[in-house]
Design a protein around this ligand. Sequence first.
Ligand code: ADE
Ligand code: ZN
Length: 320
Amino acid sequence: MNELPKVELHLHLEGAAPPAFIRGLAREQGVDLSGIFDAQGNYAYRGFVDFLRVYEAACTVLRTPRDFGRLTRAVLEQSAENGVIHTEAFVSPDFCGGRDLGAWREYLAAIREAAEEAERELGIGLRVIVTCIRHFGPDAARQTARCAAETAGDFVTGFGIGGDEGQGSKADFAWSFDMAREAGLRLTAHAGEWGGPDSVRDALDHLRVERIGHGVRAIEDPALVDRLAEDGIVLEVCPGSNVALGVYPSMRDHPIERLRKAGVKVTVSTDDPPFFHTTMRQEYDALHRTFDWDEGVFRDIAATSARAAFCDAATRDTLL
Ligand code: ADE
Ligand code: ZN
């Protein structure tokens, strides 16, 4: 089952940067980033807030469109090696050249060029979900939404929000999501990772998203689980990320199987694979081992992901 074609809906482009790639850029730029790596050369952090700090430090060396082109290629090569045929990457203009919003189109062009080359050579498709960062606040999010709206089309197909769910409220970001929706973008929001069921409800009611990033803590409220199932809301579940960051102590405690059994549309993604020492293959293996998922379950998951993909119908049909 690990050889099945996979569709990944929740991957942060910057968060997928291999540590060696970031170290290489730091060396080229003469920047000392040694404090964010452990003795083995992996990203080193303690808990979620520290993870965000290390993540942002790594992003400081992503300075030019060329850096993003090279990053896109490196990330798509790894995904393709894991049998991924379509991936949707969160890209945050806030992390492009230290928030160089005036050059957003150039960053995007470099990402697109690398993606088109990877599609021809490796057979993997990429779509971009422009993503604002919650702890950077609603004003920054508005500017990010403008970037997204101006470049909405067949490559930039979605808008989302990540960052520290503990800060601010979802309603503060409604304006940005309205703008993105009006530009024809599809919507997703990180919720129910660190926040409880109310955070998921807020994403549905205030941001009116069709997918939820994580969403797993919905399990704490049976009425919300019923609502997700009835409304066909798709959860972008990242089990390895949740265990690595301590949302759940182990895979056995993870609610993905209970959500699936309750009729919620769950999908499987890696989030920020090198930070969590995971890959799509490893996620599939762990789910097979822990919950005894067979090929039929994984086929269902891939089909759910394909149907929920933020791409046009013709592309979606090639994934099914
Ligand atoms: N940005 C990158 N990974 C994230 C996560 N797991 N939660 C929120 N924001 C993120
Ligand atoms: Zn995420």
